[in-house]
Design a protein around this ligand. Sequence first.
Ligand code: AMP
Length: 402
Amino acid sequence: MKILVINCGSSSIKYQFYSLSENRILAKGIVEKIGMKGSFLKHEKESGQKVLFEGEILDHKIGIEYILGVLSSVKHGCIGSLNEINAVGHRVVHGGEEFSESVFITDEVMHALEKFNELAPLHNPPNLKGIYALKSLVPDVPQVAVFDTAFHHTMPQHAFMYAIPHALYKKYGIRRYGFHGTSHKYVSNRACEILGVDPSTVKVITCHLGNGASACAIRNGKSIDTSMGFTPVEGLIMGTRSGDIDMGAVTYIMDKERIGTKSASTLFNKHSGLLGISGISSDSREIRAAADKGDERCLLAVKMFDYRIKKYIGAYAAAMGGLDVLVFTGGIGENSDITRTGVCEGLEFLGIEIDQNLNEGLRGEERIIGKRDSRVKVMVVPTNEELMIAIDTQNIVTELFK
Ligand code: AMP
């Protein structure tokens, strides 16, 4: 089965085209700067050869037309006609309380998704634009939505509720939803596969550390808590997001700086985190480099980043009543041996011990990096959300048309 995986952002569309039965990625690429000057499509063939198409890509529909065009083009494509696309899987950020798993997209599902635009105003509207575009361009191809929130549906109420008047939960759905679910699910399952253990028998903490970052407590294969909340700003320190902060400080800053909700949201989502602390960059590599040269604020940023993750690991071990597997993923988790060391330092009492011979220099590869006899298996597992979306899409479509 050939499956096109689509991830629509506000001004970009990432895609990967899979032949799952053959375990191949036939093509992948990205459309960038949609609706801006200088928009383009960067396409990569299975051979690794790259092509660039510049053009006026005014909206998501035109972006999708470019993608379908290049996939079926004689010169750069990998299919003879669009009929060879068996299904499309979309990354959809918010599935609200309604969608606890991936779903075949019908008109009713699209209506239901419109409701979540308010909950994820930056992400869900472009996700929907991609769905509408494909529906109009290839109406006979089945489409599936795979939600970032779905994996966290198993969180118990005492973990997902905020201690605010219950009426606000009822009226606006104010609760913790969690995000990065597709990644947490993929890496925890993959870790269990590598270890040869049944996910339903172990306690796992996954740390997705990228520009966005979150931790997840997974007991017996189910998410029971995660660090992102109503929005992705809660929890760990991220590239530009503050993570946890006393909301008293938020209202105080708004008062003192005389700013409204929009500016406050920009402040805590776009100017905080590693960028805010360091004053230099949101990119952990640049911060590390400056910290190595003795920059005080970068040193502090690095310490705060590691410390926050360590606290969550302790909290989640307590929430699950133990820990068997700790997994690092995301750009930082997969590539930064120093971060992994900083996070795990002092957690020997929990059974977390890194073997530096296995950890040092490890980038983007699956590996157990814990000491052989340590109680907790510490691992690096590169995330692969696109593959997870392709697999879910294949499963749903196969079930539907069997
Ligand atoms: P992501 O959002 O998952 O793409 O991750 C982005 C983050 O990963 C940035 O902070 C990068 O600095 C970090 N990152 C990417 N490659 C490396 C690397 N080789 N070593 C350290 N950090 C890296």
